[in-house]
Design a protein around this ligand. Structure first.
Ligand code: CO
Ligand code: CO
Length: 341
């Protein structure tokens, strides 16, 4: 039996959803029924779907599952759960229930590994205060784990990916580089210290970051996952705003640059770069400019905040021990473009 979980994966593993790549426009042309209670759905690339129950209450639903990103099964379970919860937090909602989604081969792997994965997920759900109601398992040679999560939100406090205003600051709450590091882990090229740091960051819930953004009246937010910083920022600006990124301010994990220079780039990196490079303006090239295309697993929140609200955000972030970096701002010039400055 194989014991290195990440060996199973073919590539990627960074929160696939509709975007660049083979499955980009899979829903195009399909007739999806409309309902006035659906206040966030398939349009607009919101992080999660939102359905209005009453004027002051909506349910928020999302699903995310992926192949192992680290070798320790318990840590993988924690990371997959933190990643699945992240879209709920990105919208300013509170998770309440979850269902496991499992693909696992009991003939290829010891079921004890699966128990550890599930234990990691359960522990994160407990930390989030959400109840695990059940789930479904499919016999599959390639291990995958994640959850479908339901949350609640007052629609008046819903934080969408649209809503940033020119002059708003752009805040990021976790370092970049998870895609490159995970590629390095799959080839046994990453130090134990970096793998531990990556594991700690990826398994950290975005709950406190979400609380900090709510307390500071953030105008918009999303979480940085498979499409990388460039892709998710493009969802925030669409064609109506521009964004400047101060690339020297971009936080990244130790060893990311070495792995980049050695060519440890996940397939999704190239897809993201092909798809989003036309929207990115820069005079530079190399590691820092390419970092914006690195697909993230369980990445941080990307938050649009009025500069006047930074002090309030900063106070709450430090009370809650949330790391954050001011990595850029929104502009009214260069609409639809991300300028690396
Ligand atoms: Co998201
Ligand atoms: Co997602």
């Amino acid at each position: 039996m194989d014991t290195q979980l990440t060996h199973l994966s073919r590539f990627g593993g960074c929160g696939a959803k509709i975007g660049p790549g083979d499955l980009s426009n899979i829903l195009c042309g399909l007739d999806i029924p409309e309902n006035p209670n659906v206040i966030a759905g398939l349009r607009g690339f919101e992080d999660a779907g939102v359905y209005l129950l009453r004027d002051d209450l909506a349910i928020v639903q999302t699903v995310d599952f992926f192949t192992p990103v680290v070798n320790d099964p318990y840590s993988f379970g924690q990371i997959a759960a933190a990643n699945a919860l992240s879209d709920i937090y990105a919208m300013g909602a509170t998770p309440i229930t979850a269902l496991n989604i499992v693909c696992f081969s009991p003939t290829k792997f010891d079921v004890a590994l699966l128990r550890e994965i599930l234990k990691g997920g359960i522990d994160k759900m407990r930390e989030a205060g959400a109840s695990l109601l059940g789930g479904h398992t499919v016999d599959d040679e390639e291990t995958k784990y994640g959850l479908s999560v339901t949350g609640l939100v007052d629609p008046g406090h819903l934080v969408r990916n649209e809503g940033a205003r020119p002059g708003d600051l752009l805040i990021l709450t976790k370092p970049l580089g998870t895609g490159m590091i995970i590629s390095g882990i799959r080839a046994n090229r990453v130090s134990r210290a970096t793998e531990e740091r990556l594991t700690a960051v990826m398994s950290t819930l975005n709950r406190h970051a979400s609380e900090a953004m709510l307390s500071a009246h953030a105008h918009a937010a999303t979480d940085v996952t498979g499409f990388g910083l460039a892709g998710h920022l493009k969802e925030m600006i669409k064609e109506s705003l521009g964004a400047d990124i101060y690339i020297k301010e971009l936080p990244h994990f130790h060893e990311t640059k070495d792995l980049y220079l050695e060519g440890f780039l996940p397939r999704a990196f190239y897809k993201n770069r092909d798809f989003y490079a036309p929207f990115v303006e820069t005079e530079m090239s190399g590691f820092l400019t390419d970092l914006v295309f690195d697909p993230q697993s369980s990445g941080g929140l990307l938050i649009a905040l009025a500069s006047d609200d930074l002090a309030a955000f900063s106070r709450e972030a430090s009370n809650l021990s949330v790391d954050y970096w001011v990595i850029g701002c929104f502009t009214k010039e260069a609409k639809g473009k991300i300028r690396l400055v």
